[in-house]
Design a protein around this ligand. Structure first.
Ligand code: ADP
Ligand code: CA
Ligand code: CA
Length: 417
């Protein structure tokens, strides 16, 4: 039996476009594809502003309900075949892998998709390939914490095994801090995209060194590294990302080591198609994996990469997942040598009345945008994860040193009261 088909351009489906996933839709249009989005479109999964104009067909359903999602996508594919399916946010990587397999579309093998979401499984796979990882030990309850700490040693980092955004990722220096951090984690009633933390954690050796992310994609079995990002974090024990600069300032030999390590990590994790964002630290100058996500980086990193290299990661992601291949994607000349983002925070304030200095920054030729996410009077979440960020400034620079200087000027020039 053949299913009815209507002619038209190929159509690509994106599940829950959020953060950098939003750019996939515009990229699909640029590549001549029609776009379909499945989204819960309410609460913290409400579609971001401005994305609707890039959606040709919107299906609204609870995207955390896998049977419902599978039924809807299967019906859609039967009505007119999709040419590709992509996760619009990291939480949807595993379900999209299962859907791609079911529909015969390019995608990650399902077991590999599980390992890019579960940090304990990821550590095991990468370690099994003979690559360096921090010492680590999982725990599922308060009773298991001491044995895990015994195996790992202090200082160590406590983190949920499958969350994101540095939520409840914290450095702990002794038993008391460990137990209190775990109590905070299990007692936190907040949810992220309709998901709550389940008390499963990983304890890891604390890696002391600069942090990077490596942005790239896999197509036709080839790992392509596009750019390396230097990250700037807030004060520990938390790990709030406060800024990124593309390109990181690496010596050629460290860059070679990073490229080789990341290529091996991608292979060890079996990421066979699509974008990746690999976070590393360089303790003692050698790369060690924090985590690898089978999606583009968030925090506008793809935009920074495009400004500073001309390579459009979202287009390459769509091309990889639809079988179009990288040759379908035009690479432009870079708009600047370096690009950065600096996040605005207001340490010590739980709300602000006024902000100063943003207009002056906006007048600078190297400042591309300055945005606020929280309005005056709104509650500022605690400075423990990305939710405490009030806004950002996006900028270009002629050199790495220049980029650091712009970051310093933003820090000095913007104030909240
Ligand atoms: P998430 O998925 O929430 O982003 P990560 O595992 O990436 O969780 O951790 C968030 C941040 O915490 C990292 O970007 C890094 O700054 C810090 N971090 C995580 N693990 C370690 C570690 N083992 N050593 C030092 N810092 C770490
Ligand atoms: Ca991370
Ligand atoms: Ca993550």
């Amino acid at each position: 039996m053949t299913s009815p088909r209507t002619p038209g351009p190929g159509r690509v489906l994106v599940v829950e476009p959020m953060s950098s996933g939003v750019a996939l839709l515009r990229a699909a249009h640029d590549l001549g594809l029609e776009t379909v989005v499945v989204s819960h479109d309410r609460d913290d999964r409400r579609l971001p502003d401005g994305v609707r104009r890039d959606i040709d067909t919107l299906l609204t359903l609870d995207t955390n309900d896998e049977p419902a999602l599978t039924a809807a996508v299967t019906a859609l594919h039967a009505e007119r075949q999709l040419v590709g399916i992509l996760p619009g946010f990291e939480f949807y990587v595993p379900v999209v892998a299962r859907l791609a397999a079911r529909l015969g579309l390019p995608g990650l093998p399902a077991p590999q998709a599980a390992a890019v979401r579960d940090k304990a499984l990821m550590r095991r796979r990468v370690e099994a390939a003979g690559l360096r990882v921090p010492r680590y030990a999982p725990a599922c309850s308060a009773a298991e914490l001491d044995a895990a700490a015994e195996a790992v040693g202090f200082p160590c980092v406590l983190k949920p095994t499958d969350s994101a955004g540095s939520i409840h990722v914290v450095r702990v220096d002794d038993r008391a801090e460990l137990h209190s951090a775990y109590r905070n984690l299990v007692g936190d009633p907040r949810s992220d995209l309709g998901r709550r933390l389940d008390g499963k954690i990983l304890l890891e050796e604390y890696l002391d060194g600069p942090e990077l992310s490596v942005e790239g994609y896999v197509t036709d079995g080839q790992v392509r590294i596009v750019a390396v990002t230097r990250k700037f974090l807030g004060p520990e024990p938390h790990f709030v990302e406060l800024g990124h600069v593309v390109h990181a300032d690496l010596t050629p030999s460290v860059r070679r080591a990073v490229d080789a390590y990341v290529t091996a990590v991608v292979a060890a994790l079996g990421v066979t198609v699509g974008p990746f964002h690999c976070e590393l630290r360089l303790p003692g100058g050698a790369p060690v994996l924090i985590e690898l996500a089978a999606r583009m980086g968030g925090d506008r990193i793809p935009q920074l990469v495009e400004i500073a290299s001309g390579v459009p990661l979202a287009h390459l992601a769509v091309a990889a997942h639809t079988g179009l291949g990288p040759d379908a994607v035009p690479v432009r000349s870079p708009r600047a040598k370096f690009a950065g983002i600096h996040f605005l925070t207001a340490p010590g304030l739980d709300r602000y009345r006024a902000v100063h200095g943003l207009d002056t920054l906006r007048g600078r030729p190297d400042v591309l945008a300055a945005e606020l996410y929280l309005r005056p009077g709104e509650t500022i979440p605690p400075a423990t994860d990305f939710r405490c960020r009030l806004g950002h400034v996006l900028f270009t620079a002629d050199s790495y040193a220049d980029a650091l200087e712009v970051r310093r000027l933003i820090d000095l020039g913007v104030s909240f009261e």
